[in-house]
Design a protein around this ligand. Structure first.
Ligand SMILES: [Zn+2]
Length: 352
């Protein structure tokens, strides 16, 4: 499935990618549809003929950056994975040479790219050839379905790391879409003692509750008062705006913090948010964003899937065939599916 322009994704017949030095060829098993695929589909911000500086390829690009698969070929001299291994792909690519990369922040690379967005194929196809560094062998017992969830979980894992949440932390997650629910699973994995999830949609609240969150409907219960009431008046250690609805969700996350707490922006904001610096002066609250993840975040998620600290399978609400990915996937998620689906996985193989 390649993106040709605004709301124009097509199932195309393309050449099978061939192995290059230092790479691994993977037959895709499952690939998740991400909110960013939906945004990009509606508003492709990269012209289709633009050549990406790191990936050195023009479009139309294959979409799909959350995927797992089976290794079918390994370049000469590549060690660590073997034909037949079930793997997850970390799609993030950095140039390795810019100031951000040299500082150890490849997620902030000046020329960052993603497999499945900027080039080198993508998960909404049958085969992908990826550098060995981007290929993670799944531990025994971890399914292709769970492997396809590693990428969105890595986004959440990095945000949790940036928040400083640890064993015993009290957390507020505003918004229980796929990112908010992944945050919940990661916060539980690091041992948060209490995760409050604030969400308007009843279906999403029910999902968060099933996963062990304490849920509130912000139209009924004030998140700030609620967090204070369960922390002897002080507030949450960490909070996350995973909704991006504007002041209503941003302020809830910031105001629910205890003094010295950290709020992490994880969602693209859909509205301007006025920000009064005095809110930080006498509270020493921290505010930061979190963008993608470091390679070690991806590895940490694979480990947590392996030892059972994270079970993402409840988040998978549908699996569809690649030929249906536009209509039953992207268009559906932009319509009715928004309130009923969490994660839709796409399979290049026929779906029963
Ligand atoms: Zn760089």
């Amino acid at each position: 499935m390649r993106l040709h322009g605004v709301r124009d994704a097509r199932i195309d017949d393309i050449a099978e990618p061939t192995i290059r030095p230092g790479t691994v060829k993977v037959r895709v098993a499952l690939a998740g549809i991400c909110g960013s695929d939906l945004s990009f589909f509606q508003e492709p911000y990269i012209p289709v003929d633009a050549v990406h500086p790191t990936m050195n390829e023009a479009g139309p690009k294959v979409l799909g950056h959350e995927f797992s698969g089976k290794v079918v070929e390994v370049a000469d001299g590549v060690e660590g994975v073997a034909v037949g291994d079930l793997v997850a792909i970390r799609p993030s690519i950095a140039d390795g040479t810019c100031a951000a990369c040299l500082r150890g922040q490849p997620n902030l690379c000046e020329n960052w790219g993603f497999i499945g967005l900027h080039g080198w194929g993508g998960g909404f196809s049958e085969f992908v050839v990826a550098p060995l560094d981007n290929v993670y062998r799944l531990p025994a017992g971890v399914t292709a379905e769970a492997g396809a969830m590693a990428e969105p979980l890595a986004v959440a894992w990095a945000a949790v790391r940036r928040s400083g949440a640890t064993d015993g932390s009290v957390a507020l997650v505003v918004g229980a879409g796929p990112v908010g629910l992944c945050l919940l699973l990661c916060l539980q994995a690091v041992g948060a003692s209490r995760v409050v999830v604030s969400e308007i949609s009843e279906g999403r609240r029910a999902m968060a509750e099933r996963l062990g969150a304490e849920v509130i409907d912000p139209r009924q219960v004030d998140a700030v008062e609620h967090l204070r009431s369960v922390t002897y008046g002080s507030g949450a250690d960490v909070s996350f705006d995973a909704s991006g609805a504007g002041p209503v969700t941003f302020d809830a996350a910031l105001d629910a913090l205890r003094p010295g707490g950290t709020s992490v922006v994880v969602a693209m904001s859909h509205q301007d948010v006025p920000l009064d610096p005095n809110r930080f002066l006498n509270t020493e609250k921290h505010l930061t964003g979190s963008f993608a993840y470091l390679p070690e975040d991806f590895g940490a998620v694979i480990d947590a899937l392996g030892d059972g600290r994270i079970d993402p399978l409840p988040l998978v609400t549908s699996t569809i065939a690649l030929e249906d990915a536009v209509e039953k996937g992207i268009e559906h998620l932009l319509g009715d599916g928004r309130s009923t689906e969490v994660k839709v996985l796409v399979s290049p193989e026929p779906v029963a």
